[in-house]
Design a protein around this ligand. Structure first.
Ligand code: AMP
Length: 198
Protein backbone atom coordinates (compact mmCIF):
# COMPACT_ATOMS: atom_id res chain seq x y z
CA UNK A 1 0.00 0.00 0.00
CA UNK A 2 1.21 3.48 -0.73
CA UNK A 3 0.52 5.97 2.04
CA UNK A 4 -0.79 9.34 1.10
CA UNK A 5 -0.42 12.25 3.46
CA UNK A 6 -0.07 15.92 2.72
CA UNK A 7 1.20 17.49 5.88
CA UNK A 8 2.52 20.72 7.31
CA UNK A 9 4.47 20.82 10.57
CA UNK A 10 4.58 24.02 12.58
CA UNK A 11 6.39 24.75 15.82
CA UNK A 12 8.73 27.24 17.45
CA UNK A 13 12.49 26.93 17.31
CA UNK A 14 13.48 24.47 19.99
CA UNK A 15 10.25 22.49 19.64
CA UNK A 16 11.94 19.54 17.94
CA UNK A 17 9.94 20.25 14.78
CA UNK A 18 12.78 19.28 12.42
CA UNK A 19 13.41 15.96 14.16
CA UNK A 20 9.74 15.05 14.39
CA UNK A 21 9.19 16.12 10.78
CA UNK A 22 11.82 13.65 9.59
CA UNK A 23 10.40 10.84 11.74
CA UNK A 24 6.85 11.41 10.56
CA UNK A 25 7.88 11.70 6.90
CA UNK A 26 9.77 8.39 7.21
CA UNK A 27 6.74 6.68 8.76
CA UNK A 28 4.49 7.82 5.93
CA UNK A 29 7.07 7.30 3.18
CA UNK A 30 6.87 10.92 2.06
CA UNK A 31 9.60 13.53 1.50
CA UNK A 32 10.25 16.43 3.85
CA UNK A 33 10.09 19.71 1.95
CA UNK A 34 11.85 22.34 4.05
CA UNK A 35 12.21 25.73 2.39
CA UNK A 36 14.98 26.73 4.81
CA UNK A 37 16.95 23.60 3.84
CA UNK A 38 16.38 24.25 0.13
CA UNK A 39 17.66 27.83 0.45
CA UNK A 40 20.68 26.80 2.55
CA UNK A 41 21.59 23.99 0.11
CA UNK A 42 21.45 26.46 -2.79
CA UNK A 43 23.60 28.97 -0.93
CA UNK A 44 26.15 26.27 -0.16
CA UNK A 45 26.22 25.12 -3.77
CA UNK A 46 26.51 28.71 -5.04
CA UNK A 47 23.57 28.39 -7.44
CA UNK A 48 21.92 31.51 -8.93
CA UNK A 49 19.06 31.03 -6.45
CA UNK A 50 21.56 30.78 -3.62
CA UNK A 51 23.23 34.03 -4.71
CA UNK A 52 19.83 35.68 -4.91
CA UNK A 53 18.83 34.77 -1.36
CA UNK A 54 22.11 34.85 0.62
CA UNK A 55 21.71 38.41 1.88
CA UNK A 56 18.06 37.83 2.73
CA UNK A 57 18.81 34.78 4.87
CA UNK A 58 21.75 36.54 6.51
CA UNK A 59 19.43 39.28 7.69
CA UNK A 60 16.76 36.83 8.80
CA UNK A 61 14.27 38.42 6.41
CA UNK A 62 11.76 36.46 4.38
CA UNK A 63 12.51 35.52 0.78
CA UNK A 64 9.81 37.07 -1.48
CA UNK A 65 6.59 35.05 -1.44
CA UNK A 66 6.39 34.52 -5.20
CA UNK A 67 9.93 33.16 -5.42
CA UNK A 68 9.47 30.89 -2.41
CA UNK A 69 6.14 29.61 -3.68
CA UNK A 70 7.60 28.88 -7.11
CA UNK A 71 10.35 26.80 -5.52
CA UNK A 72 7.82 24.86 -3.48
CA UNK A 73 5.61 24.27 -6.53
CA UNK A 74 8.62 22.91 -8.43
CA UNK A 75 9.57 20.66 -5.54
CA UNK A 76 6.04 19.34 -5.04
CA UNK A 77 5.84 18.59 -8.77
CA UNK A 78 8.61 16.01 -8.48
CA UNK A 79 7.61 12.36 -8.59
CA UNK A 80 8.45 11.55 -4.98
CA UNK A 81 5.88 14.10 -3.77
CA UNK A 82 3.05 12.69 -5.89
CA UNK A 83 1.56 10.76 -2.98
CA UNK A 84 2.31 13.18 -0.22
CA UNK A 85 4.86 15.39 1.46
CA UNK A 86 5.61 17.04 4.75
CA UNK A 87 6.13 20.78 4.51
CA UNK A 88 8.39 22.46 7.06
CA UNK A 89 8.81 26.24 7.05
CA UNK A 90 6.26 26.89 4.31
CA UNK A 91 3.70 28.45 4.16
CA UNK A 92 4.86 31.17 6.51
CA UNK A 93 2.26 33.87 5.93
CA UNK A 94 -1.25 34.14 4.53
CA UNK A 95 -0.07 35.01 1.01
CA UNK A 96 1.88 31.74 0.93
CA UNK A 97 -1.13 29.87 2.31
CA UNK A 98 -3.13 31.21 -0.65
CA UNK A 99 -0.36 30.25 -3.13
CA UNK A 100 -0.14 26.73 -1.75
CA UNK A 101 -3.87 26.19 -1.59
CA UNK A 102 -4.30 27.38 -5.20
CA UNK A 103 -1.52 25.08 -6.38
CA UNK A 104 -2.85 22.05 -4.54
CA UNK A 105 -6.46 22.62 -5.53
CA UNK A 106 -5.27 22.81 -9.15
CA UNK A 107 -4.17 19.18 -8.65
CA UNK A 108 -7.38 18.25 -6.85
CA UNK A 109 -5.51 18.08 -3.55
CA UNK A 110 -5.40 19.86 -0.23
CA UNK A 111 -3.45 19.61 3.00
CA UNK A 112 -4.66 16.70 5.13
CA UNK A 113 -3.33 17.95 8.44
CA UNK A 114 -1.32 20.70 10.08
CA UNK A 115 0.74 19.38 12.98
CA UNK A 116 1.22 22.11 15.55
CA UNK A 117 3.97 21.14 17.96
CA UNK A 118 2.99 22.95 21.07
CA UNK A 119 5.83 23.85 23.41
CA UNK A 120 5.32 26.48 26.11
CA UNK A 121 7.37 29.61 25.56
CA UNK A 122 9.38 29.08 28.77
CA UNK A 123 10.30 25.57 27.68
CA UNK A 124 11.38 26.76 24.19
CA UNK A 125 13.48 29.51 25.77
CA UNK A 126 15.12 26.97 28.08
CA UNK A 127 15.89 24.51 25.27
CA UNK A 128 17.31 27.27 23.05
CA UNK A 129 19.43 28.63 25.91
CA UNK A 130 20.80 25.16 26.53
CA UNK A 131 21.54 24.63 22.84
CA UNK A 132 23.23 28.04 22.64
CA UNK A 133 25.48 27.29 25.59
CA UNK A 134 26.32 23.80 24.29
CA UNK A 135 27.25 25.22 20.91
CA UNK A 136 28.98 28.24 22.42
CA UNK A 137 27.05 30.64 20.24
CA UNK A 138 27.56 34.12 21.56
CA UNK A 139 24.95 35.55 19.15
CA UNK A 140 22.24 33.46 20.76
CA UNK A 141 21.51 35.98 23.46
CA UNK A 142 18.40 36.00 25.59
CA UNK A 143 17.06 38.93 23.55
CA UNK A 144 17.76 37.26 20.21
CA UNK A 145 16.03 34.07 21.32
CA UNK A 146 13.00 36.00 22.60
CA UNK A 147 12.90 37.95 19.32
CA UNK A 148 12.86 34.76 17.23
CA UNK A 149 10.01 33.38 19.32
CA UNK A 150 8.11 36.65 18.91
CA UNK A 151 8.49 36.43 15.14
CA UNK A 152 7.34 32.81 15.20
CA UNK A 153 4.22 33.68 17.18
CA UNK A 154 3.43 36.61 14.89
CA UNK A 155 3.99 34.59 11.71
CA UNK A 156 2.16 31.49 12.80
CA UNK A 157 -1.05 32.84 14.29
CA UNK A 158 -2.69 33.79 10.94
CA UNK A 159 -1.64 30.49 9.34
CA UNK A 160 -3.19 28.51 12.15
CA UNK A 161 -6.29 30.62 11.87
CA UNK A 162 -6.58 29.90 8.14
CA UNK A 163 -6.14 26.15 8.60
CA UNK A 164 -8.08 26.07 11.86
CA UNK A 165 -11.12 27.21 9.90
CA UNK A 166 -10.74 24.04 7.82
CA UNK A 167 -10.47 21.89 10.94
CA UNK A 168 -7.18 20.36 9.92
CA UNK A 169 -4.95 21.57 12.77
CA UNK A 170 -3.74 18.94 15.25
CA UNK A 171 -2.27 20.55 18.34
CA UNK A 172 0.30 18.14 19.75
CA UNK A 173 1.87 18.43 23.20
CA UNK A 174 5.56 18.86 22.32
CA UNK A 175 6.87 18.17 25.83
CA UNK A 176 8.03 14.60 26.40
CA UNK A 177 10.45 12.08 24.94
CA UNK A 178 11.07 11.97 21.18
CA UNK A 179 9.22 8.65 20.92
CA UNK A 180 6.26 9.87 22.97
CA UNK A 181 5.84 12.92 20.78
CA UNK A 182 6.12 10.90 17.56
CA UNK A 183 3.46 8.54 18.90
CA UNK A 184 1.15 11.44 19.70
CA UNK A 185 1.52 12.81 16.18
CA UNK A 186 0.93 9.41 14.55
CA UNK A 187 -2.15 8.88 16.75
CA UNK A 188 -3.59 12.25 15.70
CA UNK A 189 -2.94 11.55 12.01
CA UNK A 190 -4.33 8.05 12.38
CA UNK A 191 -7.52 9.54 13.82
CA UNK A 192 -7.82 11.48 10.56
CA UNK A 193 -7.60 8.24 8.62
CA UNK A 194 -4.00 8.85 7.56
CA UNK A 195 -2.20 5.54 7.80
CA UNK A 196 1.55 4.99 7.97
CA UNK A 197 3.24 3.29 5.02
CA UNK A 198 3.37 -0.51 5.20
P1 AMP B 1 14.13 28.23 8.49
O1 AMP B 1 15.20 27.20 8.42
O2 AMP B 1 12.77 27.69 8.21
O3 AMP B 1 14.18 29.03 9.77
O4 AMP B 1 14.41 29.27 7.31
C1 AMP B 1 15.64 29.96 7.22
C2 AMP B 1 15.45 31.20 6.36
O5 AMP B 1 15.03 30.83 5.04
C3 AMP B 1 14.39 32.16 6.84
O6 AMP B 1 14.88 33.05 7.83
C4 AMP B 1 14.04 32.88 5.55
O7 AMP B 1 15.04 33.82 5.20
C5 AMP B 1 14.10 31.77 4.52
N1 AMP B 1 12.79 31.09 4.42
C6 AMP B 1 12.49 29.81 4.78
N2 AMP B 1 11.21 29.52 4.53
C7 AMP B 1 10.66 30.64 4.00
C8 AMP B 1 9.36 30.98 3.56
N3 AMP B 1 8.33 30.11 3.62
N4 AMP B 1 9.17 32.22 3.06
C9 AMP B 1 10.17 33.10 2.98
N5 AMP B 1 11.42 32.86 3.41
C10 AMP B 1 11.68 31.64 3.92
Amino acid sequence: MTASARLLIVGPQGSGKGTQGVRIAESYGIPVVSTGDIFRANIKAGTPLGQQVTAILDKGDLVPDELTSEIVRDRLSQDDAAHGFLLDGYPRNTAQVAHLDAFLSGRGESLDAVILLDVPRDESMERLRLRASEQGRSDDTEDAIAHRLDIYERETAPILEAYGDKNIVDRIDGVGSLDEITERIVAALDARGLRVAV
